[in-house]
Design a protein around this ligand. Sequence first.
Ligand code: IPM
Ligand code: MG
Length: 356
Amino acid sequence: MNFKIAVVAGDGIGPEVMEENIKVLNAVGEKFGHKFEYEYVLGGGCAIDKYGEPLPQHTIDVCKASDSVLLGAVGGWQWDTLPGDKRPEKALLGLRGALGLYANLRPATLHQALAGACPLKPELVADGVDIMVVRELTGGMYFGEKGRKMTDMGEAAYDVEIYAKEEVRRIAKRGFEIAMQRNKHLTNVDKQNVLESSRLWRSVVLDVAKDYPEVELDHLYVDNASMQLIMRPTTFDVIVTSNIFGDILSDEASQMTGSIGMLPSASLGDGKLGMYEPVHGSAPDIAGKDIANPIATILSGAMMLKYSFKLDEEAKAIEDAVTKVLEQGYRTADIYSEGMKKVGTKEMGRLIRENL
Ligand code: IPM
Ligand code: MG
């Protein structure tokens, strides 16, 4: 089959981890008889430098016309002082919004070979960590009204947390559907003891739950959830939560995998078009040094094969190759421990291809 993929490699380590991802995808294409065609477009800081804006219309158009989008990472110190809507991050938020990608899947899986890199005590993760965070991605305070105003305490700023019932319904449904394909356990995370938006959120989740009697549903307040995650990580299956809570909890969950350099993500809407990107950022301090871990990006490529193209076997081939390379003892700097073989970005990519 033929697939058209828009590539937003972005800034910092984005381009170098993307290069390895594409080489792995091409190797998979060759092995299984698929053709992937890439169209490179600019988004983030590099687009600001070239066009004066982080997300040019052309980039949105190309992404919309593609079967799927791969994204590296955006951002860097050069652009840190720009106003909010001119910052590189606008490329990410803008694409998620423009493409209607409201469901963000962030699987935190601890590879047994990396158990030593997990900061939790071995007995806490002995049963294996396998958590899927389902984060709402186009609502809440990241997209709500924001502004500044004068108050009796002086200048103030606000970001409105707002959720419509339908927005909650579709992400809750996605959470239940994913739980059905996994261990049928869904944890809803909100803050309904304080937030009105969470009270509406909780009521919709309870309503959607009626359609999924097989799924065991529980609820945690976000502060408690952040605590339970490190106390009993192996007892979680799927977590469904709002945009900001999911942003925070997915970074927490990422640490259980040994490094944020291991965590892929998929951003999905109702169609097959999705955007696939590592959870980590652009890491400008290590950019261009051939030391970044490309695994999160390569695993995001695998998620694209699975969720957008329904190529399950091909996706599994990549995941298995990653597992094998880790079992062989190869590590990038972020997951390195004594006695292992330290490799750079390119070599890690090559080893994964070799193990396909
Ligand atoms: C993420 C990032 C982004 C987000 C930022 C860079 C806009 O933290 O993908 O988790 O908050 O969603
Ligand atoms: Mg984040």
